[in-house]
Design a protein around this ligand. Structure first.
Ligand SMILES: N[C@@H](CCC(=O)N[C@@H](CS)C(=O)NCC(=O)O)C(=O)O
Length: 234
């Protein structure tokens, strides 16, 4: 099978990094189409020309013979597509069907369950840091604390405890004691959880160790170098 031309519409400081890493780990050739966040930390409008939602990552595939193009959105779907069509040796999949299902589960889980409470905590922390005059800042702080206490802080803990225990159960990785697409998919929300202070090494030692392990791979370093050369930060 002739592989299509693969282009990643990549936004700096975003979850698009993990798509580059996935492709690099599979030693696939691809092009990066870079986009830089604006002052409001949003994607530039040019991304909307590629897909109406204007979010990154977007994976563009061009048939080398016919020139026909398609654009895939949504990280979990993009991962599923790459693993299904381009991982010919099953390097990041699993030959055991139950294990393969587990990997697929995590591709949904990452954006469906883990990311939302982390995002809520992040937005609440932004409100607390915003330059709002007193006494509105005081009230805003009280409200954000209430939302965090009632929902997102506990839910982040719930999710992180689950992952920490899964890593112990599965011998240091998410599935079957070895690196898979699931680990690369979850790397982004978990790196963010640590860098934004929602997780600590002391509270989640197994996630911390796992992050150190998976980011010490050669593929991770070379992707990081590549992304940095386009203005990326991790
Ligand atoms: N669930 C989507 C989320 C995509 C998404 O929100 N991407 C962020 C980057 S981390 C983005 O493009 N943000 C720019 C913006 O919101 O303007 C996915 O996993 O692909």
């Amino acid at each position: 099978m002739t592989l299509p031309i693969i282009r990643v519409h990549w936004l700096n400081e975003s979850r698009a990094f993990r798509v580059l890493w996935l492709l690099d780990h599979l030693k696939l050739d691809y092009e990066i189409i870079p986009y830089m966040r604006n002052e409001g930390f949003r994607a530039p409008d040019e991304l909307k020309k590629i897909h109406p939602l204007g979010r990154s990552p977007l994976l563009e595939l061009e048939d080398k013979h016919t020139g026909k193009k398609k654009v895939l959105a949504e990280s979990g779907y993009i991962f599923n597509y790459i693993l299904k069509h381009f991982d010919s040796t099953n390097l990041l999949g699993n030959s055991d069907p139950d294990m393969a299902e587990q990997i697929e589960y995590y591709l949904y889980y990452s954006e469906g369950s883990l990311q939302p409470p982390l995002m809520i905590e992040f937005l609440l922390s932004m409100v607390k840091k915003a330059p709002i005059p007193f006494p509105i800042s005081y009230l805003a702080g009280k409200i954000t604390d209430k939302i965090s206490d009632k929902y997102s802080k506990g839910e982040v803990k719930n999710q992180l405890e689950f992952i920490d225990a899964e890593l112990v159960k599965n011998r240091g990785y998410l599935v079957d004691g070895k690196l898979s697409g699931a680990d690369i998919m979850l790397s982004f929300p978990l790196q963010m959880a640590f860098s934004r202070g929602f997780a600590t090494k002391e509270a989640y030692p197994n996630i911390h160790r796992w992050l150190e392990d998976i980011t010490s791979t050669e593929s991770y370093s070379s992707t990081k170098k590549k992304a940095n050369s386009y203005g990326g930060k991790f």
